[in-house]
Design a protein around this ligand. Structure first.
Ligand code: SF4
Length: 463
């Protein structure tokens, strides 16, 4: 009997991309494909790509160069580019990399197995230099990945899973390519999401992260009353679910209803990713973010008044076109005021196809680098003092895996803080264990394992 065809899939970029990769794998495994451990033993090599930053694209271009050499040796090998670069570059991609057989955008993953089959048939018996009619191109319209009935066994962690609740984005941010690669917002109905999460829980999942580019705008395309808050309340009814997180939120949709849900639902994770991007009103307007720094801070104050234990995460862009020293200082001031638990700080780089790419990128690289370092320094200072304040407290840690340091395990608190601790002999992957924090390291905490029925954790102690 011939062996089943094998695929090797690499995913770049955000969590949404990683989830898409799981859905694609789910579909391929369901169609009889087997996972290969590396490109060399695969019949089909798939790259699930990201266009948000130049660096992510560069890695894909270079990997495709390596695959070109492999394809010369094995003309029947199917090379596929999936995701944002497929959508964004389409025919340019085929012109620059003619050895690519398959180009599939994020809105057309739903029948990926059929597309891979078609590419394999077209390739069968073909010579390496014969590329006539070789490509399968599926971008724009198509069957969405959300149409895939997910195989709950195909996921990287036993107790954790990502769940897509919506795709696309309707916001007009001037620097962002997502609305053109992912299309407009499309939310999944609450019962469909609840059913998927229930199946995941039946298979051992206890922590989910709901994914959407603007996850707290969830439901506005489904009609009045369908909101993220209602979805959280529906999911909170599933007894096996111990943590429910959601990313990424837009400040404009942090509603009173959502704040109430965060305050009232104890199993909703205690961190909120709420990118500020800048503290300068002029820059926020140029970015078309739709809020001012004062409005952002007012939302944060409302949240903290009702749910003071929720920590905030942010993103910042430094060196946006025209950003003056005073405008950059406004970002520093906003960070000092909010004291985020963590922030991703990016030096602005223009993405072709965005509005901002038409502006003169006039902040010199050295200035961008210097501002990046200064903002990072503020963030690190806040991180260090928050971590130090946790020393001596007891945290409930969901064990995610073995640490890089021998004999230690790694997990996360309900605030998404990374904790390492010596394993002892009772530790098991996917367990929730009480750990006393003994030391604050740079970006993580060190702790010691306590008896499993430790009272402080039973009482739900949180810092
Ligand atoms: S909210 Fe803005 S930055 Fe976020 S995905 Fe949409 S357009 Fe991009």
């Amino acid at each position: 009997m011939p062996r089943p065809p094998r695929y090797h899939l690499t995913s770049y970029g955000c969590q949404m991309n990683k989830l898409d990769a799981e859905l694609v794998e789910s579909r391929l495994v369901g169609a009889g494909y087997e996972r290969a451990s590396h490109d060399g033993e695969a019949d089909v090599v798939l790259l699930n790509t990201c266009s948000v930053r130049q660096h992510a694209e560069d890695r894909v271009w270079s990997r495709l160069g390596v695959l070109r050499a492999q394809k010369r040796q094995r003309p029947e090998l199917v090379v596929g580019v999936l995701g944002c670069m497929a959508q964004e570059h389409q025919r340019y991609l085929l012109a620059r990399m003619p050895h690519v057989d398959l180009v599939v955008g994020p809105s057309a993953f739903g029948d990926i197995d059929a597309k891979v089959d078609e590419a394999r048939q077209r390739n069968a018996g073909r010579r390496a230099d014969d590329r006539r009619g070789a490509h399968v191109l599926a971008v724009g319209e198509g069957v969405s990945g959300d149409a895939i009935v997910r195989d709950p066994r195909v996921r990287p962690h036993r107790s954790q899973a990502w769940v897509s609740v919506m795709r696309g984005c309707n916001m007009p941010c001037s620097y962002c390519i997502v609305p053109s690669t992912r299309g407009p917002e499309l939310s999944r109905p609450i019962p469909v999401i609840v059913e998927e999460v229930q199946r995941l829980c039946d298979d051992g999942v206890t922590e989910i992260t709901l994914l959407g580019q603007t996850v707290n705008a969830y439901g506005r395309d489904l009609g009045p009353g369908v909101t993220l808050a209602r979805l959280l309340r529906a999911l909170h009814e599933i007894p096996a679910l111990r943590r429910i997180a959601f990313i990424t939120s837009h400040p404009n949709f942090l509603s009173a209803e959502l704040i109430d849900a965060l305050a009232e639902l104890p199993r909703v994770a205690r961190f909120l990713h709420l990118p500020a991007q800048s503290g300068s009103d002029r820059i926020l307007k140029a970015m078309r973010r739709g809020y001012t720094a004062a409005r952002y801070l007012a939302r944060v104050d409302q949240l903290r008044a009702k749910a003071p234990d929720v920590v905030l995460h942010s993103d910042f862009i430094v060196g946006y076109p025209g950003e003056s020293e005073a405008e950059f200082q406004a970002s520093v001031d906003l960070m000092e005021r909010v004291r985020f638990a963590q922030s991703y700080i990016f030096k602005y780089s223009p993405r072709p196809g965005t509005l901002a790419a038409e502006l003169v990128d006039d902040v010199p690289d050295a200035v961008k680098a210097e501002r990046n370092a200064r903002l990072l320094e503020v963030q690190e200072r806040h991180l260090a003092s928050a971590a130090q304040a946790l020393v001596g407290t007891v945290q409930e840690v969901l064990v995610e895996g073995e640490s890089k340091v021998d004999g230690r395990w790694t997990g996360r608190t309900v605030h998404h803080r990374l904790v390492h601790f010596p394993s002892g002999d009772r530790v098991a992957l996917g367990c929730y264990l009480p750990v006393r924090i003994t030391q604050a390291l740079g970006h993580s905490l060190l702790g010691e394992l306590l008896a499993e029925d430790h009272a402080e954790v039973r009482a739900g102690a949180r810092a």
